[in-house]
Design a protein. Structure first.
Length: 99
């Protein structure tokens, strides 16, 4: 899972009103913590460079287990080893000659 989600603050300007600033919440991050539309949150100011998003009520976890990273693609050596194990014509030596 990506740990950082860069974004830009958006300004909404309406006639005869002060501009309002909006921050969107990336969907992968919202899904990872179970954040839903309409949920109430508040900002906690830690210092000028850091805000902390606080959820008063956290919904229960719906997933039965923690998500895992997808398996890495097998290397050429692993592919060759698997091919040798599944061969019907007998075992093969590393040079490819049948034993």
């Amino acid at each position: 899972m990506q740990a950082k989600y860069p974004l830009k603050i958006q300004a909404i300007r309406s006639k005869n009103q002060q501009a309002r600033l909006y921050v969107y919440f990336p969907l992968p991050l919202a899904a990872a913590i179970g954040l839903k539309a309409g949920e109430e949150v508040q900002w906690e100011l830690l210092d000028r460079g850091e805000l902390h998003l606080v959820r008063e009520q956290v919904s229960s976890i719906l997933a039965a287990q923690r998500a895992t990273k997808p398996a890495k693609a097998p290397t050429l050596l692993e592919k060759q080893a698997a091919k040798g194990r599944h061969s019907l014509g007998g075992s093969e030596s590393p040079s490819g000659a049948k034993i």
